[in-house]
Design a protein around this ligand. Structure first.
Ligand SMILES: Cc1cc2nc3c(=O)[nH]c(=O)nc-3n(C[C@H](O)[C@H](O)[C@H](O)COP(=O)(O)O)c2cc1C
Length: 361
């Protein structure tokens, strides 16, 4: 247990102090929105509000799941929840495995509800923990329900992090049976389940399987942002584990770039969240123009980009004209992307996400 808590602290230190983004690009530089010289709307008409699973968000933003399970992590969750409360956006906490094994750690997660009473809050558990591993038995459906209830969460993200697990010497390496376990959790919980990759992207066939298993949203967690292969490589180097260090470096850029994964996940009738390498409002606008329903970013730049393409709502932005060049264009051409709803002109919002006429206040 001390191990998990120490790992959470390592993740915070490494991701804030070292370079953990790979050479591979998430793809935003290849996406170009077609500028409208005469937007024929006023900047003040731009509305960023969306409704997600019955909750109003003031912007289509999620603070992606990050942490918990360590005293410093509790402080981070407190501050993030205050920000989410103030700006009316959604927030995820990090993997809650530590709190199931040691209930004393639960406040480092539930602090988010305490300081974000109105926030759309997303609980988090790893898919590998839903099946028996060599060192630990599977979490029961009751365990998972308890962690959702303990923080009054509005949804549960099940994270898919096998790239990270195989690089960690102590990682969980069994994956057989995960889809059935996800199906069981989805059928048993009364909150929507989000399937969430953590840096390697979700492809279309896997997205379809997840949807068929009952998940209600896809967080693509694509390549090009924080790479947990690199994070674990740094952890391994610090512990003089040369083989794991090299493995992490070799797989640092593994996976579907975020922009490609967004397109792969469109058209399945579930909201798509673009996470992975969104570093500003313009990246966010491009992800939304590609067809994503939500992202994690800063609001002001997002409004400016919407104004300049003449989009008053996120639904308009989903439908705006754009071109996809370079590596991302080549990826999508080879993956049959041009026949997908994400290319050319867009497709309107997904079921589960309703665009608000007015920004909720
Ligand atoms: C310090 C840190 C810890 C993270 N822990 C989790 C986690 O416990 N569960 C999870 O689903 N994702 C976790 N993530 C992954 C993020 O939610 C996100 O998918 C990833 O960092 C890519 O987004 P970015 O490029 O904007 O960082 C973590 C990310 C960071 C930076």
């Amino acid at each position: 247990m001390a191990d998990i808590s120490a790992r959470k602290a390592d993740h915070i230190d490494i991701t804030t102090q070292r370079v953990v983004t790979p050479q591979v690009s998430p793809g935003w530089d290849d996406i170009h929105l077609i500028h409208q010289s005469l937007p024929e709307i006023d900047l003040q008409d731009v509305k960023l509000g969306v409704r997600l699973f019955g909750s109003d968000l003031r912007a289509p933003l999620v603070i992606a799941s990050m942490t918990g399970g360590h005293p410093r992590a509790g402080e981070i969750n407190r501050r993030l929840a205050q920000a989410a409360q103030e700006f009316g956006i959604a927030m995820g906490v990090g993997s809650q495995r530590a709190a199931i094994r040691n209930p004393d750690l639960m406040p480092t997660y539930s602090v988010a509800r305490e300081h974000g009473p109105d926030v759309f809050l997303i609980a988090n558990v790893g898919a590998p923990q839903l099946i028996d591993q060599d060192t630990e038995p599977a979490l029961s459906v009751g365990d998972v329900k308890a962690l959702v209830d303990a923080m009054g969460a509005d949804a549960l993200a099940i994270h898919l992090n096998y790239l990270q697990e195989v690089v960690q010497p102590e990682g969980d390496q069994r994956a057989r049976g995960c889809l059935d376990a996800i199906r069981l959790v989805a059928a048993s919980l009364n909150v929507p389940i989000i399937a969430k990759e953590t840096g390697a992207g979700i492809n279309r066939a896997q997205a379809q399987k997840l949807k068929d298993a009952g998940i209600r949203a896809l967080d693509v967690g694509g390549a090009g942002g924080t790479s947990f292969a690199l994070v674990e490589s740094f952890r391994a180097a610090d512990r003089h584990l040369g083989e794991a260090e090299r493995l992490g470096q070799a797989f640092g850029g593994w996976g579907l770039p975020t922009a490609v994964s967004v397109v792969e996940c469109l058209g399945l009738g579930v909201p798509v969240i673009a996470t992975g390498g969104i570093r500003g409002g313009l990246d966010a606008a491009k992800a939304l123009a590609l067809g994503a329903d939500l992202v994690g970013v800063a609001r002001p730049m997002l409004s400016v980009a919407m104004f300049l393409v003449g989009a008053t709502t996120i639904a308009d932005l989903n439908m705006c004209e754009r071109v996809v060049l370079g590596r991302t264009g080549e990826w999508l051409a080879q993956r049959g992307g041009s026949e997908r709803p994400g290319l050319g002109r867009g497709r309107g919002p997904s079921p589960g996400v309703r665009i608000l006429e007015q920004d909720p206040r």
